[in-house]
Design a protein around this ligand. Structure first.
Ligand code: ASP
Length: 441
């Protein structure tokens, strides 16, 4: 049995956090493969090492002195080393990094050094082997991630180690150039390692005790989510619920490995378990709603045309236009002679002539655009089996005097999506939470 444990930046921000991490790893002998992030913020106004590295590299490119610019970064790592009472020195590593910065080795290389150096310290501190992600995680020459090659090489390389630390966030192209995933990508590294070694569990340790039913900046003290399916999580994270990198779900989901989101500062808390549907089917969820999430900044293109329903190919022509223009849409609620296309408002900024092109291909009777729409997803696997969820959502919004501009229920009955004015966004989430989670309507 092996578990993959990933620790986020705040879990490894200083020596004190390193000690908590070591204790967590030692508490379970199955925690054999460890994925560290770079040191994160120690306090609110602090700067993450990854951000320091990007800034340092830009300064070197702009002609500043590399040694002086790198000094604060080296200091942060040296402080951790000395506070932990370790005897290793990373001076040779720093020299090499500074030399490579001068040789313009790329901002991905620069950013990746946070995870690399932190991994070296952690491996030394807990007595695990260190495996450089550049040797095991592969990108193609065009910069795209090579999942199959990575899966094969990770399982072969890690198969040779009983216990190892492999830094998150980066890998390398065949020529050896370092390439990173998008920000927060150590979550993804953890997920691909878990898949490759066929882990029994992927533990993702962070600074919160898992997912909350709603955004705590909007709802005061929201309840935590104990169990969520991959599909529910996908819906919620797409709509802006943070904590885990969006892509991190896919590799473990494919391999049916559960993810447990845990809190390094409160290891005894249950956290959130992310599981395949099969593991929850038959079990009644605690509540009908698993989570509520939403995003602002959407626009709606309303199209009206007499006898649209009889016009074969109408939708296809519009969707083909979207494809050739390379823009994606969020939802398409339709009526008999009307359809609305919900897009991220930025689409209309980058493609200002989109409405004109739609008029050309579809010749609608009317085309109108509305801005400032917020979308809210109410997600819950429990909805399917119970009546009245939609009624309660709509009643809650009506009692709060909020006008619903769009309604969309996925055919999976896993979610209900409502669109409201951006100004009503926070009020709407609170009203839905109070009604469906606290049972106040
Ligand atoms: N350190 C990287 C970042 O700040 C990657 C990570 O933490 O997952 O985005």
């Amino acid at each position: 049995m092996a578990k993959v444990v990933k620790f986020g930046g705040s879990s490894l921000a200083d020596a004190n956090q390193f000690k908590k991490v070591a204790e967590i790893i030692r508490a379970d002998k199955d925690r054999r493969y460890v994925i560290p992030s770079a040191p994160g913020k120690r306090f609110g106004a602090d700067v993450k090492v990854t951000d320091m590295l990007y800034a340092c590299y830009d300064a070197v490119l702009a002609g500043k002195n590399a040694l002086a610019e790198f000094r604060p970064i080296a200091n942060r790592f040296n402080e951790i080393i000395s506070d932990l009472g370790l005897t290793i020195s990373l001076d040779d590593e720093y020299d090499r990094i500074i030399e490579n910065f001068k040789k313009k080795s790329g901002s991905d290389y620069a950013a990746s050094r946070g995870e690399y150096l932190n991994g070296l310290i952690l491996a030394n501190f807990i007595g695990y082997d260190f495996v450089d992600a550049a040797k095991a995680i592969h990108f193609r020459p065009d910069g795209t991630f090579d999942a199959d090659l990575t899966d094969a090489s990770l399982s072969m390389i890690l198969g040779g180690y009983k216990r190892a630390v492999l830094p998150g966030f980066y890998g390398a192209k065949p020529c050896g150039t370092i390439k990173t995933f998008s920000r927060g990508g150590s979550d993804f590294t953890g997920s691909i390692v878990a898949k490759a070694i066929k882990a029994s569990l992927y533990e993702n340790w962070t600074d919160v005790s898992g997912f909350l039913v709603a955004d705590p900046r909007i709802v005061e003290n929201p309840e935590g989510i104990e169990t969520i399916t991959y599909r529910e999580l996908r819906e919620l994270s797409y709509m802006g619920a943070g904590v885990l990198h969006e892509d991190a779900i896919f590799p473990v989901r494919e391999a049916k490995i559960p993810i447990n989101i845990k809190n390094t500062n409160q290891p005894q808390a249950h956290g959130t378990m992310i599981v395949p549907v099969a593991e929850v089917s038959g079990k009644e969820p605690v509540r009908v709603i698993t989570g509520i999430a939403g995003k602002k900044n959407f626009s709606v293109i309303h199209i009206e045309k007499d006898e649209m329903n009889n016009e074969i190919g109408f939708l296809r022509r519009i969707l083909t236009l979207f494809e050739t223009e390379g823009v994606s849409f969020e939802h398409i609620p339709t009526g008999i002679d009307t359809m609305s296309i919900v897009v991220n408002s930025s689409v209309l900024e980058t493609h200002p002539n989109l409405p004109e092109l739609i008029s050309k291909v579809a010749r609608p009777g009317q085309l109108e655009i509305e801005h400032k729409l917020a979308l809210i997803a109410i997600v819950g696997r429990g909805m399917k089996e119970r009546r009245g969820t939609a009624t309660r959502v709509f009643a809650a919004l009506s009692h709060a005097r909020i006008n619903i501009r769009i309604i969309d229920q996925g055919s999976s009955e896993l979610n209900i999506i409502v669109g409201v004015n951006e100004d009503d966004f926070e009020k709407a989430i609170k009203a839905i939470y109070n009604a469906l989670v606290l049972g106040e309507v």
